[in-house]
Ligand binder design. Sequence first.
Ligand code: ADP
Ligand code: MG
Length: 257
Amino acid sequence: MAKVICVANQKGGVGKTTTSVNLAASLAAAEKKTLLIDMDPQGNASSGVGVDKGGLEETVYDVLINEIDPSGAILSTEFAGLDLLPATADLAGAELELVAAMARELKLKQALEAIRGRYDYIIIDCPPSLNLLTINSLTAADSVLIPLQCEFYAMEGLSQILNTIRLVQKGLNAALKIEGILLTMFDARNNISRQVSEEIRTHFPRETFAAMIPRNVRLSEAPSHGKPIILYDITSRGAASYLELAKEILRKEGSNG
Ligand code: ADP
Ligand code: MG
């Protein structure tokens, strides 16, 4: 049965999509059969693994709203072992349509039941808000990974997502765990970046991943080529950092049995 990890933070531009794409590819590179689910109407995770959103017949929208079997919408990617459940702009409509639906928070969880057996990992890329798409993702997940940009307001943003996680644990998904806090866009030459990373590690010593993602221009270039970083430039510091993150997650899994 797949372990489902949701990548969430209500702030935009903190590295959710970059982390979802590159963690998913790094897990696939470690021979774990992996599914990446794009839950953001912007569809950046879909284009990030080279999928042309123009020609798609079925997407995660149809899974949530028309309750189609997700197998019908899942695509294989150029990267061996990595599949994608894509999203396009129409997913923004699902957010509104879900409001009136029965068991509206459970749509993704119910849909994943049919396919969990086929994967080792399922990685969900969330939109930059705490809306029903994010709630569906947190409800479907075993754990949540929180990317945190090393900048001044990082701590405040963190308490907001931690509150939401607590609410979901109370009402919808008591088993939801925190996979970890991932420091992203770290720049060792920048004082704020160093201070924030130290502060987060002091407050959350167990939760913060040892792996840390540096600010790396290769990571920002890769999406325009439709490639995960390990296909685009395996020698980059960005690639090494995401491979390190995947290793840390796999190690933890191993030690938990
Ligand atoms: P989110 O999904 O949280 O909105 P993204 O992953 O899309 O954030 O990242 C926001 C922008 O920053 C993108 O243009 C992305 O390419 C870039 N970016 C993300 N992580 C890094 C990094 N470690 N170094 C440099 N650029 C990055
Ligand atoms: Mg994103």
